[in-house]
Design a protein around this ligand. Structure first.
Ligand code: GLN
Length: 282
């Protein structure tokens, strides 16, 4: 059997030779060995167990040959330090979306301090936004919607596994929240890829199209949310969106059209791309 070091370098090279990411191999090795990055470093010269090596090798082939996302092989993704279960029915949580949480918690503190607030997460998918917000701040009462029952199943399971207190509602966008009281914060990372835009195969062939595509210009769901938003919001509110990097101007325009007397703040993600819009109504 190879050592961890050998297993890593042989399979990283195998990935590279097939135009795949070597970092994915490290992620798979950590997952199938149960070792953290630091533990793996410390044990590089240890021999791997045969059955563990076999499971790891099968996983590498699923990634390199079958082109599966590593998150579908390990059935999880880490988001804001929490482990979320994922499958083909939900969008895999992205790093950019973690940044939305960070800013939103700051603006929440600015506008609401420590008072209890009700949050609505529209199109929750894996549940990553609603669940993380509920876990990070005990003053948040989180509600989340999704039109996809199989997605809600994943989200409910994640909420239970992580011990979050989130109420899930099945239905289209804001519809299931009508009559559920009013909210202080609305957050959404809706499907935002224009229908005919090119999408890389790893995403297009594995992630649910219902979670990816947002109409001809990719803005359908922002319009749908903004048109109805004030019907479920309190007088003082925050609305937080993730969006495509090249749509910041249009999003600002839409927010101005539907929401009056607000302060609009737009933020770049860590890659320097215009990725988030926050609307504050003090
Ligand atoms: N809200 C979920 C996320 O941010 C799902 C988003 C989506 O399906 N478009 O990952």
């Amino acid at each position: 059997m190879p050592t961890y070091q050998e297993a890593l370098s042989i399979n990283e090279q195998y990935a590279l030779d097939n135009d795949k990411e070597p970092t994915a191999v490290r992620i798979l090795l950590m997952h199938f060995s149960g070792l953290s990055g630091a533990e793996l470093l410390a044990r590089m010269q240890d021999m791997m167990q045969a059955d563990m090596y076999q499971r790891f090798r099968n996983a590498v082939d699923a990634y390199v040959i079958e082109h599966k996302p590593t998150q579908h092989i390990t059935e999880c993704e880490h988001f804001y330090g929490y482990r979320f279960g994922v499958n083909e029915n939900v969008l895999i949580p992205r790093f950019e979306t973690e940044e939305l949480i960070g800013y939103l918690l700051d603006y929440k503190a600015e506008l609401f301090g420590d008072t209890p607030v009700r949050v609505a997460d529209i199109g929750t998918g894996s549940g990553c936004l609603a669940i993380t917000l509920a876990l990070e701040d005990e003053n948040i009462e989180a509600h989340a919607t999704d039109i996809s029952e199989p997605a809600l199943k994943v989200a409910r399971q994640n909420s239970e596994n992580l011990g979050a207190n989130v109420t899930f509602h099945a239905g289209d966008m804001l519809a299931p929240l009508q009559g559920q009281g009013t909210f202080d914060i609305l957050v959404s990372n809706p499907p935002y890829i224009p229908n005919h835009e090119h999408v890389e195969a790893l995403v297009k062939n594995h992630e649910p199209h219902i979670a990816l595509f947002g109409g001809e210009d990719g803005l359908d769901y922002y319009r749908a949310i903004l048109r109805q938003a004030e019907s479920i919001m309190n007088g003082r509110y925050i609305i937080a969106f993730e969006h495509a990097y090249d749509k910041a101007k249009e999003i600002r325009k839409l927010c101005k059209k539907y929401l009056k007397n607000t302060r609009i703040i737009q933020k770049k993600d860590m890659q320097g791309k215009d990725r988030m819009t926050f609307v504050l109504r003090p």
